[in-house]
Design a protein around this ligand. Structure first.
Ligand SMILES: NC(=O)c1ccc[n+]([C@@H]2O[C@H](COP(=O)([O-])OP(=O)(O)OC[C@H]3O[C@@H](n4cnc5c(N)ncnc54)[C@H](O)[C@@H]3O)[C@@H](O)[C@H]2O)c1
Length: 365
């Protein structure tokens, strides 16, 4: 199978590319590195079954040759990223999704959408099952992400109804693991970075808000199961074990043996208080459920972060200053296909942006 993966240079996308290559698929990875990192796919460039194509998928999604499936993951995903890129986030959720759907339609390919638990907004129903329609503020700061994803689901469902396209929708709940950026603003990466550098762990609100944390390998198995099926869903993909943010902080502190303290900050606007997926549908229809518990998942993630001490110091300072890591578009070469050349990680690092977003949420998209 030849799969086009938009956002393939990001955290989840790069793991998906790897998983597909491992089982013998060919992969065309499209990315503009607005929030991804060239280092995520550097090790894949020598694989003849892997092609990297620089592209802003909000403008167009063109792939030459056969395409059997399209996995549409391109979108800023962490709150600091989408709050810093509000219009880009709306564009990639709307026009980007339509461009990816049109690519699938042209090739009569399977299409899967990386949607999100943010579809449920600040949920009034707990835990969340797919039949729940959500509680979203359509004009709040987070709406650029939540509503873009809701539109992405709507247009995907409409392509299925109107054109008979084989569409699958994954509502992804907080996922963590190696290749998260140390200061991407998500709670797991922030806590690990802060613990490893001795900085205070930042908790927004009283820390009683809950999240369900899914390890990346589990999540990718779910996405591949969805890709291989002809089901639309939507499917909640996440770990149903609910943890408070305070509990997560305690686990990270114990695991790293860090002397860091915990510091509380005001809860950001519209930050959801409780999150837990009901995964019965994914279990019954896709035969999927998470297997890796939080201790093992965090152990692997801490090991990944610990092996990159050079990035931790600046990242801890950036978290303290309320900054989010980014690779500006100007740092991305736009003609990489010939020799699979992509910007080096060091080029990306020199381009770290300095936009500040005070009061960033301790949660992920
Ligand atoms: N990680 C999570 O916990 C989580 C939760 C819910 C949903 N999701 C969804 O999964 C997908 C991947 O998330 P992630 O965590 O890997 O985030 P990420 O930021 O690491 O990856 C997103 C990738 O999309 C690329 N991208 C963004 N806009 C683009 C554009 N216009 N054209 C081309 N590429 C573009 C980025 O450069 C990046 O490589 C996103 O759609 C996100 O909404 C993730």
């Amino acid at each position: 199978m030849r799969v086009a993966v938009t956002g393939g240079g990001g955290f989840l996308g790069s793991h998906l590319c790897e998983a597909l290559l491992r089982r013998g698929d060919s992969v065309v990875c499209l990315d503009n590195f607005s929030t991804g990192d060239p280092a995520n796919i550097a090790h894949l460039l020598s694989d003849p079954s892997f092609e990297f194509q620089p592209a802003d998928v909000s403008l167009s999604v063109e792939v030459t040759g056969r395409v059997d499936a399209v996995a549409h993951l391109a979108s800023p995903a962490s709150p600091p990223d989408y709050l810093r890129q509000p219009l880009e986030t709306l564009a990639v959720g709307s026009r980007g999704t339509e461009n990816a759907l049109r690519l699938a339609l042209r090739h009569d390919a399977r299409f899967i959408l990386a949607s999100t638990s943010e579809i449920y907004g600040d949920p009034l129903v707990h835990p969340q099952e797919e039949a729940y329609w959500g509680n979203v503020n359509s004009i709040g700061p987070r709406s650029v992400y939540d509503e873009a994803k809701r539109y992405a689901e709507a247009v995907s469902a409409a392509y299925r109804r109107t054109h008979g396209l084989s569409v699958g929708i994954a509502r992804i709940f907080n996922t963590y693991g190696p290749r998260m950026r140390p200061h991407d603003g998500r709670v797991v990466s922030s806590f690990i970075t802060q613990a490893l550098t001795g900085e205070p762990l930042t908790i927004y609100g009283d820390g009683g808000q809950t999240r369900s944390f899914c390890f990346v390998d589990d999540l990718i198995r779910g996405l591949v199961a969805l890709l291989d099926s002809s089901e639309m869903g939507p499917f909640n993909l996440g770990n149903p074990v609910e943890r408070t943010v305070t509990e997560l902080a305690e686990i990270v502190l114990a695991m790293t043996g860090s002397p860091s303290e915990v510091k509380h900050h005001p809860l950001p606007v519209d930050d959801p208080v409780r999150r837990r997926p009901v995964i019965t549908r994914a279990r019954d229809v896709l035969g999927w459920e998470p297997e890796i518990d939080i201790t093992e998942g965090l152990r692997r993630t801490v090991a990944y972060f610990g092996a990159r001490p050079d990035r931790l110091g600046t990242s801890a300072a950036a978290i303290r200053g309320g900054q989010s890591e980014t690779v500006p578009l100007a740092a991305v070469k736009t003609t990489a296909t010939a020799q699979q050349a992509i910007p080096s990680p060091s080029a990306a690092v020199t381009g770290v942006a300095s936009a500040t977003s005070p009061g960033l949420p301790a949660s992920a998209g």
